[in-house]
Ligand binder design. Structure first.
Ligand code: DX5
Ligand code: ZN
Length: 229
């Protein structure tokens, strides 16, 4: 993985056909996805359950590019090795998931994977400053985590702007997760985000048998974001 700040679209397979993950991953990449975003939920840290490392390992051979694993689980540390072994390129943990996020980020980096830190809409940037040298990515949640298809929380745009200033020249991606559409993408792109996760806005209207809407949706988000940068 090389670092750059160009806009990257990362479809979330939370909105894909769960019985067809392999084909869905191949389809979104063929239609222009830059990264594949994989939402892991435990029914404890968030009020929804998705899947774990075995599913990540099963879909890995169907992803040519970056597998971006977003862990919405607590505790995190006992599972880091398993997600690394499953082939994640980026492993993101929540700052709210436990008292020892610095140790968690160290553990992720020790596996050789890129380390991401996710922050919920109700969490400020105070805790991020002391972690900057541990980070490859900060994921600003623009919905409360747990479900796809929620509305973008506009108050987070200013947080993205402040985070971008805090990061300065460091090679740290700013990822946006939740409610990204061609309407909201320009707001966060202008504020300094470079990785845009989108679930419902990418998968709507398409399927593995007719994936061309995925491509049109990805192009619409990318064009709107790029026009704002
Ligand atoms: C929410 C997940 C998101 C979600 C985004 O907890 O982390 O990745 O899939 O879905 P949309 O784009 O539909 O808001
Ligand atoms: Zn996510």
């Amino acid at each position: 993985m090389t670092f750059d700040r160009r806009i990257k679209i990362a479809p979330s397979i939370l909105s894909a056909d769960f019985a067809n993950f392999g084909a869905e991953c191949r389809a979104i990449e063929a239609e222009g996805a830059d990264w594949v975003h994989v939402d892991v939920m435990d029914g404890h840290f968030v009020p929804n359950i998705t899947f774990g490392p075995a599913t990540c390992a099963a879909i890995r051979p169907h992803i040519k590019g970056v597998m971006d694993v977003h862990l919405m689980i607590a505790p995190v540390d006992p599972y880091i090795e398993a997600f690394a072994a499953a082939g994640a390129d980026v492993i993101t943990a929540h700052i709210e998931a436990g008292p020892h996020i610095h140790r968690t980020l160290q553990a992720i980096r020790n596996t050789g994977k890129k380390a991401g830190l996710a922050i919920n809409p109700g969490t400020g940037l105070d805790g991020v400053e002391n972690l900057l040298d541990m980070l490859d990515l900060v994921c600003v949640m623009t919905v409360n985590p747990g479900f796809g298809g929620q509305s973008f929380i506009a108050s987070q745009v200013d947080k993205v702007r402040r985070l971008r200033a805090l990061i300065g020249d460091r090679p740290i991606h700013i990822e946006i997760d939740g409610g990204v559409t061609p309407i909201t993408a320009p707001l966060v792109a202008a504020a300094g985000a470079d990785v845009l996760v989108a679930g419902s806005a990418v998968f709507k209207g398409g399927s593995v048998s007719d994936p061309s809407p995925y491509g049109a949706n990805i192009r619409a988000i990318r064009a709107a974001a790029e026009a704002a940068t």
